[in-house]
Ligand binder design. Structure first.
Ligand code: AMP
Length: 299
């Protein structure tokens, strides 16, 4: 089954203490779409300007991502720039140039409206609503967010939570949303806001699911070196949704394994700048890491 992914399609300029990489392919939807494409057909919805490099279009195509919903309009592509500290965890946003994103209104082609799995990757909650309004009857809808929307669009986000099956956010965002320091208390509060499945991401410490089947503690794959964690969260949720879309039967039966697959794709994302590593990974390499995680967590 196919996964519809909407979110930002960006050019990312990423600085680390060791290197500087301008205008890489980035954006929440790009990371999520590539991650999901290892498992399922993906339909990407986003916008880029006429400066968007052709080689990035080819990259999407190599992953068999359906680009019918990607608008190309006159103007500049959304450009984001961030700088990491030496610990590779703390990140500072240096620049956000909205470009064509400023006037973006996602219009879904007819062929996209019956997609059974919908991933609302990080983008303004009003646009996430707008996409959902155009969908026929999706089987499973998940959304991601960021601190910016908690700060400037909380009412829209709260309304969105009531329309979701799953909500994925990181631990600092969960704290900001609930004022809870305890992650399990935060999960309980977020369920009350709407979603049946809530996943809190904890970076290199993995993630925690709370759902109808109870909790699941999902490990991160142990990496000895992180090159660039940009997009790891998007890769996690993209991999998770891509895997879920291949599984038959109730979501609850497969969601734990789906998180492990998401976690593994995210680990590859961290091993290269932007999408450089993820786009060179094979399904076999993903399966190998999943096996390793199974071995590491068996007791
Ligand atoms: P993450 O590392 O999971 O926080 O995701 C980083 C990605 O988010 C980058 O590829 C950026 O292009 C994208 N991004 C940064 N700021 C925004 C924003 N305001 N809206 C949507 N996407 C953004």
């Amino acid at each position: 089954m196919s996964v519809l992914v909407v979110g930002s399609t960006a050019l990312d300029s990423i600085k680390t203490p060791k290197s500087e990489n301008p205008r890489l392919l980035g954006g929440s939807a790009s990371h999520a779409a590539v991650a999901a494409s290892f498992f399922s057909p993906v339909k990407l919805v986003g916008v880029v300007g006429d400066d968007f490099p052709k080689r990035y279009v080819q990259l999407y195509k190599r992953h068999r991502i359906d680009l019918t919903g990607l608008q190309v309009v006159p103007g500049r592509t959304f450009h984001w720039s961030g700088e990491y500290e030496a610990n590779m965890n703390n990140r500072r946003t240096l620049l956000t140039e909205l470009g064509v994103f400023e006037t973006f209104s996602p219009a879904l082609p007819k062929s996209h409206r019956d997609a059974p799995f919908v991933l609302l990757a990080n983008i303004a909650p009003s646009l996430q609503h707008h996409v959902l309004d155009q969908m026929e009857k999706p089987r499973f809808v998940a959304a991601d967010t960021m601190d910016l929307w908690l700060n400037i669009a909380l009412p829209d986000l709260l309304k969105l939570l009531k329309r979701l099956d799953a909500f994925v956010l990181n631990d600092s965002e969960a704290h900001q949303l609930t004022q809870e320091d305890n992650v399990f208390a935060a999960l309980k509060k977020i369920h009350k806001l709407g979603p049946r499945f809530v996943i809190i991401k904890k970076g290199s410490h993995g993630s925690i699911l709370s759902g109808p089947g109870g909790f699941f503690i999902c490990p991160a794959y142990p990496l000895h070196k992180v090159v660039d964690p940009t997009g790891a969260g998007d890769s996690f949720v993209g991999g998770l949704m891509g895997y879920l879309a291949t599984a038959r039967g109730p979501i609850q039966t497969h969601v734990r394994r789906a998180m492990i697959y998401g976690s593994v794709v995210a680990s590859f994302c961290c091993e290269g700048f932007g999408l450089l590593r993820t786009t060179r990974v094979s399904r076999k390499q993903i399966d190998q890491r999943v096996k390793e995680l199974e071995r590491l967590t068996r007791f």
